[in-house]
Design a binder for this molecule. Structure first.
Ligand code: ADP
Ligand code: MG
Length: 425
């Protein structure tokens, strides 16, 4: 590799005096065109790992990002740092704005794009004419159905990569179990990629848990606890209803400026709450896991879990939002007897039942191909159950010697193994 004064570029172009752990290694890999999966904690500065190289690498750096608000934020941030040749393309742009981005594609160094935009044939044609120097998959755990934020649009990225002439890949995530890591690299068809893993170590987060016997006790404990706590605070709930209910109760009792946030709200309302929280116009947000991905607020002092999150990765990611400024902060988990029932049900509901597997195999038989989601309505599959079946059957059916009964057996075996693994986690 050519020698670059990476520290110099960091200081001159980004105004930072030193690299955070992991950043330099990832950047060197990227500049050497080594496919890389980097696992760095939330808030550790993953964006810099492609923003800096995008200034050096010839051609375009494409960043696939799952959240439009995240893209908009990032473009704003890098523009504020003086980087001009950057844009985002997503469904919130007006037709005129979109045209303008597309017209200037060749002049860009860095393009953020949503996965669904990337699936559009027209988009792919346009990008085909570009020299793509680096393909970044941000929040790469979204590609894995075993990950905690699985997104169907992330699945076809391997095809997009081929279309683009197989550029070097950088996959980034804050939380990925070894099995999710394998899945990410498998889905991207980069099994040989180098893994650079920097585990989360946040000594400034004090972890605590309080055990109760019922929900009423929890509410009382929570109110008591909040009376002498510092904002900003996030309180995570597993149910939208509870997030709203506790929000109203805390408001009534004058616990400060409080709002709720969950996936059932209108995008504009969500945006508003997020902005108010970022601007310190709110002390407490009562939210579900829908809140937080990509939130870059340095001074969150307290993250409370009113319920057990469905997965350990969600818990790690959510508490990791506290204390990004390195100052003291607290994570409090409220547990009451039987709370594990909900995550358990959740895990079980993500996998198809034996009957659904059988029904699905019969559909394959009668259609002579993989059933679409609509084809399989009679089986009442959830999206994740459907994904489980289609992702696992496709490779199975490619094996010419495999008969239906054997495929069905293998599927059932995998489903049981998966369930076991998830439940013992
Ligand atoms: P992640 O994607 O890993 O959660 P971000 O890329 O959003 O984190 O970065 C989090 C914050 O850290 C941003 O405000 C960013 O400007 C800052 N940051 C990144 N790298 C450095 C660095 N080397 N020194 C100081 N601050 C940094
Ligand atoms: Mg990020």
């Amino acid at each position: 590799m050519e020698q670059y004064d990476l520290e110099g570029i960091l200081e001159d172009e980004f105004g930072f005096t030193s690299f955070r752990p992991g950043q330099k290694n990832v950047i060197e890999n990227v500049l050497n065109e080594v496919d890389t999966l980097a696992i760095l904690p939330t808030g550790s500065g993953k964006s810099l790992c492609y923003q800096l190289p995008s200034k050096i690498i010839p051609g375009l750096t494409i960043v696939v990002s799952p959240l439009i608000s995240l893209m908009i934020d990032q473009v704003k941030q890098v523009k504020a740092k003086g980087m001009k040749r950057v844009a985002a393309i997503h469904s919130f742009l007006t037709p005129d704005e979109r045209k303008q981005v597309l017209r200037n594609l060749s002049a860009l160094q860095l393009l953020y794009i949503s996965p669904e935009m990337l699936q559009m044939t027209r988009m792919q044609q346009l990008l085909n004419n570009e020299n793509v120097g680096l393909f970044v998959v941000d929040e790469a755990h979204c590609i894995s159905q075993w990950g905690h934020e699985f997104r169907t649009d992330y699945l076809k990225l391997n095809q997009v990569l081929h279309q683009l002439g197989d550029p070097p890949v950088l996959a980034l995530s804050a939380t990925a179990t070894p099995e999710v890591q394998e899945d990410i690299l498998g889905q991207l068809e980069r099994p040989e990629a180098e893994k650079l893993i920097y585990p989360m170590d946040k000594p400034n987060i004090q972890l605590s848990m309080a055990k109760m016997t019922n929900e009423q006790e929890k509410v009382e404990y929570l109110e008591n606890y909040l009376t002498n706590q510092q904002a900003p605070t996030m309180i995570y709930f597993s149910s939208r209803q509870m997030a709203e209910k506790i929000c109203f109760e805390l408001k009534k009792k004058n616990f400060g400026r409080i709002a709720f946030y969950h996936g059932g709200m209108e995008p504009v309302d969500r945006q508003l709450v997020q902005q108010q929280f970022m601007r310190n116009e709110l002390d407490i947000v009562c939210c579900t896991s829908a809140f937080g991905m990509g939130i870059d607020k340095p001074d969150i002092r307290l993250v409370i879990h009113f319920h057990l999150p469905p997965r350990i990765e969600s818990f790690i990611q959510e508490i990791g939002r506290a204390g990004r400024d390195g100052r003291e902060c607290t994570s409090l988990l409220l547990y009451s007897t039987g709370d594990e029932r909900l995550p358990r049900m959740f895990i079980e509901s993500e996998l198809p039942s034996d009957e659904q597997i059988e029904g699905y195999m019969e559909l394959i038989d009668s259609h002579g191909r993989l059933p679409s989601y609509e084809d399989s309505t009679s089986l009442e599959l959830s999206e994740s159950q459907y994904n489980f079946l289609s992702i696992l059957t496709e490779p199975l059916l490619r094996s010419p010697s495999l008969d239906k009964a054997e495929a069905e057996r293998m599927l059932k075996g995998k489903q049981r193994k998966r369930l076991q693994q998830k439940l013992t986690h």
